[in-house]
Every structure is written in C-alpha cells, then in structure tokens.
Design a protein around this ligand. Structure first.
Ligand code: 3PG
Length: 317
C-alpha cells in the first residue's frame, strides 16, 4: 500500500485534538494537519486531497467543491453541517461525515446544568454573594420535578438530553418532524401541539437549515399555553435576539439558557442585534455560555474516534 499516494491524502483544515493525526495514519491515510490554513490556500491545494476534515471555520461551498476534483469525503469534526453545501457534495458523490456521537454527552450534561442553574437561580446567588449580598428569598428556586420538558429535534443531542433527565421525575415529550416511531424509554413521541399545550421547558436540538432559520418567532412562542423556560444549545440563528428579548419582556419566556446566539461575533453585532443583546445581558432571566455545550476535554478526543471510524468504514484504503 502506498500511503504517499495523493489519492490518500487528507487535509485537516481546523484545530483539532492532536490524536487525529496518528488515528488517520493508522487507517492508512496521510494526514496533513494545517489548523491555521485560510480559505484561499485551501482552494489552491484542495485538488491534491482525497479527504477534507473541518470544523466550523471552513465553508464547503460550490467554489471549493469545484476545485476539489479528487475529494471523496468531507469529515466534520462535530455535529453541525450548516457550513456544507450538502446538495453539491451529494451531486459529486462526496461522502459527508460528522460526529455528533462524540459531543452529544457533553452537550446533554451542559444542557441539564444550564436548566438547573436557571431554575434554581444559581447564577444570581453566585454573583450576589461575590458582591456581598446574602439574599435567600430573592433566590428562591423553581423545581424541575413534576415539570414537562419539550424537546424539539430528537436526534443524537435530543436523545442524549432526554437520557440525562432520567431521575428528575419529569415528563419528557419529544417532537421530531423527520422521524417516525422514535419514542423510547426516555421520551414520549409527541405532536408539536402537545408540546405547545404542556411544555414548561422547551429545548431545541435541530440543525440550522433553510427551514429552521428563525423558525422560533413571536407566533411560534405565542402558541405555548404556559410561560416557558427556553434552552438553546443548537444554533443561534433559529431565534432572533429581538424575538427572545421581547418574549422575556412580556413573560412568554420566563427564562432562557443560551449556548448559541444569532450572532456569536460580539464585536460585529448589527444595531438591532446590539440593542437586544444589551437587554438580554442585563437580565437575570438569561444565562449564557460561549458555544461550549459540546466542548469538553473528553469530547475533543471522542469526536476524533467517531470520525475516524466513519472514515475507515468508507474503505478507501
Ligand atoms: C457542533 O456542531 O458540533 C458544535 O456546534 C461545535 O462546533 P465547532 O466545531 O465550531 O466547535
């Protein structure tokens, strides 16, 4: 076997746990680890590669695909495929691989942590004590026990979250537009109408697509019977900062935990985004984390294992 052959070369175009290099070598590929490579450089050399391994930095669009004449797979070290033109890749029969199995457990734990933080006001108590305030009544919490959790999107992330809710004595309803017979021992399959009717907490686990872009709008939120706690660890662009800020003002959303934002480049917010972002950061009803729900020491390596196993299964070598 000639692993030096250009047809087995694999460009790693983003920062990944270093284990990716020996793992790819082990399955007979020749990895080229270039975490700082920029788009123009990728366009210049991509014709030499069979594989492209990316995270969210690299847009795999038609321009790149046109130059990738020898490409057999794109491996996304993570879950989200929103940077990929899936249609164009499919048309060229280039395999698309991702690794949600590698970061779903991290995400699920993080989501539980955010939900408990929000409902038990851990964030405000923690901050106030540091400021010298000991306020017990102001930090009285709300119990998760007995509540109904609505999960929108029951793939890897939604399922892992439902699994972690075992033990909290909650009712878990899952809605997934693209799956059938998916109810399991962790969640009951439900129509969206039932989630509107019963949810106390709503957690999103959908990919970002043309269909989910800003799908959570005023009209969507107004359909819920109760005032809900909203969790978003999926993609920021499913809900505008404006929609969220306004829903918090009227009380339809009584608390929000956000790992992702409509615009995560905080120094590049539009005027409107800036205005509503300021409202949100001033509110104790909102907690934030910087897109780290799936980002643990463990998931950093697990993602590589999952991805390399999927690359191996392509049987290129
Ligand atoms: C994912 O899709 O796996 C997460 O959003 C993390 O993506 P990242 O590779 O940009 O960290």
């Amino acid at each position: 076997m000639n692993t030096q052959s250009p047809k087995h070369r694999c460009l790693i175009a983003d920062k990944m746990h270093e284990s990716i290099v020996p793992m790819l070598q082990e399955i007979g590929l020749q990895p080229d680890y270039q975490p700082s490579i920029q788009r123009e450089e990728i366009l210049g050399i991509i014709e030499n590669y069979t594989g492209l391994v990316i995270r969210s930095k690299t847009n795999v669009d038609q321009a790149l695909i046109a130059k990738a004449v020898n490409l057999r797979f794109v491996a996304r070290a993570g879950a989200g495929l929103d940077q990929l033109d899936e249609q164009a890749l499919n048309a060229r029969h280039i395999a698309i691989l991702n690794a949600p199995e590698g970061n779903r457990d991290a995400l699920a734990e993080h989501n539980v942590g955010m939900l408990l933080t929000l409902m038990h006001k851990i964030h405000t108590g923690n901050r106030q004590i540091r400021e010298g305030t000991w306020d017990r009544e102001g930090n009285r919490g709300t119990e998760l026990m007995g509540k109904t959790i609505g999960i929108v999107g029951y793939g890897n992330m939604g399922q892992a979250f439902a699994h972690r809710l075992t033990g909290f004595s909650v009712k878990v309803l899952a809605y997934d537009k693209y799956r059938q017979n998916y109810g399991d021992r962790f969640a009951q399959q439900a129509a969206m109408e039932q989630l509107y009717e019963e949810s106390d907490v709503l957690s999103f686990h959908v990919p970002l697509t043309a269909e989910t872009l800003f799908f959570v709008d005023d009209s969507y939120l107004s359909r819920f019977s109760k005032n809900i706690f909203l969790l978003n660890t999926a993609r920021g662009k499913i809900i505008k900062l404006k929609t969220l800020a306004e829903a918090l003002t009227i009380g339809k959303v009584q608390g929000a935990a956000l790992d992702v934002l409509e615009n995560e480049k905080l120094n590049q917010l539009s005027e409107e985004q800036q205005r509503y972002f300021q409202e949100l950061i001033q509110s104790d009803k909102v907690i934030f984390t910087p897109h780290v729900a799936g980002w643990t020491h463990e998931s950093y390596e697990k993602i590589n294992r999952v991805l390399v196993d999927k690359i191996k299964a392509l049987k290129l070598v």
